[in-house]
Design a protein around this ligand. Structure first.
Ligand SMILES: Cc1ncc(COP(=O)(O)O)c(C=O)c1O
Length: 346
């Protein structure tokens, strides 16, 4: 917030303006671009396009590809993608603009590589997307293998990396990847700002047209304060990633204590071969009404919500907690089918 405030008060220039305080704003955006690029190890800051958040970043990657790929290309996703990916693909499939195939994941959250390979080998398949980390269980799918298969067939590969970036080390050069979505508020940055990392060798067709900001890739006057905040959050996240083992140890201790004290409790996402984000826990309380549990936990100052499994037709099965950082009070986010509750332990 400290880094953002000056850009809402004394330095209120429009970064596209030629006068001096416009240029100051431009320089602040450039610094943020470098900070975000460093966090994901992008070869060049120019590969970062600032957006209004994870939803827009994913949307931009998908809509851009749709605009230049042959009509009715096949787009392949996994069944665990965030609704922004699913809703967009479903809408376009209904309009018959593309063919959408979704590949199942197993109990450990790993995508079925046999089916993935089969689909990507088809000549009509031009786009594949797999999230870097799942927003409900924290599971890290087999993105390296999925990306390698996409690469071997010359298929564009995008990742919704919103949940992973800032929590674990994400190196966009570590796998054959064309684009990745970033969201400010997932790494303690401001809400309503994000970025799309785009490989400089990949095409990106803008969705928002107008003033030609972001090198003609995303028009609209930049949210300078938000972008500066995202840059600062990226810088801080980079320092904190090394401390994630402490966070993971706290999460693991929390889970083992619950397992010891609550009969029948299960921790979701711990199947063999499953690796998880260090900050997320997703719990199954057998025979307990999730909504009632939420209310009681809320009254106790603990934020939690059932519904992680709602997408599999078993709502109110799980409670998902996301821990803020090792140094801060634990925070949890739990998702109802219709609402999200976020509270902080007092
Ligand atoms: C995996 C994933 N992708 C995309 C989004 C959307 O990001 P934003 O809220 O910044 O639009 C979220 C938000 O919860 C998410 O968890």
């Amino acid at each position: 917030m400290e880094s953002m405030l000056p850009w809402m008060t004394e330095h209120y220039g429009n970064p596209s303006a030629g006068y001096h305080f416009g240029k100051e704003a431009r320089r602040a955006i450039d610094t943020a671009r470098e900070q975000v690029a460093t966090l994901v190890n992008a070869p060049s800051p120019e590969e970062i396009v600032f957006t209004s958040g994870g939803t827009e970043s994913n949307h931009l990657a998908l809509a851009s590809a749709l605009s230049w790929l042959p009509s009715r290309s096949t787009f392949v996703s996994s069944t665990i993608e965030h609704s922004v990916i699913h809703e967009w693909l479903n809408t376009q499939a209904e309009k018959e603009n593309l063919i959408w195939e979704s590949v199942q994941v197993g109990e450990s959250g790993q995508v079925d590589l046999h089916r993935w390979s089969e689909l990507l080998a088809e000549s009509a398949t031009r786009f594949a997307t797999l999230m870097w980390a799942n927003n409900e269980t924290g599971i890290l799918p087999n993105i390296q293998e999925a990306a390698a298969i996409a690469d071997s067939h010359g298929v564009y590969f995008h990742s919704d990396a919103v949940q992973a970036i800032g929590k674990i080390s994400v190196d966009v050069q570590s796998l054959p990847l064309q684009s990745a979505a970033i969201s400010g508020h997932k790494l303690h940055g401001p809400k309503g700002v994000g970025a799309l990392w785009v490989n400089r060798h990949s095409r990106l067709h803008p969705v928002l047209l107008g003033g030609g900001q972001e090198s003609n890739r995303r028009s609209g006057t930049e949210n300078v304060a938000g972008i500066v905040g995202l840059g600062k959050a990226a810088e801080i996240a980079l320092e904190h990633i090394v401390k994630q083992t402490k966070l993971q140890a706290l999460r693991d201790h929390f889970e083992s204590e619950l397992l010891r004290q609550i009969a029948g409790l299960e921790v979701n996402g711990t199947a063999p071969n499953a690796s998880r984000l260090p900050n997320t826990t997703n719990l199954y309380f057998p025979g307990v009404d999730g909504e009632g549990l939420l209310i009681l936990l809320d009254q106790a100052g603990i934020c939690c919500s059932p519904g992680s499994a709602c997408s599999t037709g078993a709502p109110h099965r799980a409670c998902s907690l996301r821990w803020a950082t090792a140094d801060r009070a634990p925070k949890a986010a739990c998702v109802f089918p219709s609402a999200t509750y976020r509270l902080r332990r007092k």
